[in-house]
Design a protein around this ligand. Structure first.
Ligand code: ZN
Length: 117
């Protein structure tokens, strides 16, 4: 009996580890797409201007579950160095945490322009 329970636990544990590994492989990640021109300067691959590091504001955890609409995803892929859905340039009740982040100001501005015409 104990052997059967241990076997079931072992199978479940291995399945969860496999699921975590596969999930990590397919999870889309937001990352900067930049051209490194020197150790201290990176250019936006879309706009060819230096990325800036500045103060932005984030949502506080736990982050909400957000499923971006297809329009957002299309423009977000087109402007690779924008802020995420959990970040904003403006502090508000929704985005209270101040952090420093590197991004392209043109990617952010143009993405917002396409989303809020
Ligand atoms: Zn850009």
């Amino acid at each position: 009996m104990a052997h059967t329970i241990f076997r079931a636990w072992q199978t479940t544990y291995c399945f969860l580890i496999l699921l975590a590994i596969l999930g990590g492989c397919v999870t889309p990640r937001h990352g900067s797409v930049a051209i490194l021109t020197s150790p201290s300067e990176r250019l936006c691959s879309r706009h060819r201007i230096p990325l800036i590091t500045g103060q932005i504001f984030k949502m506080s955890p736990p982050l909400p579950l957000v499923y971006p609409n297809p329009g957002w995803r299309r423009w977000a892929n087109y402007y690779p160095n924008h802020l995420t859905l959990f970040e904003s340039l403006v502090r508000s009740d929704e985005f209270p945490l101040a952090v420093f982040r590197t991004y392209c100001p043109l990617c952010q501005t143009e993405l917002e322009t396409h989303l809020d015409p």
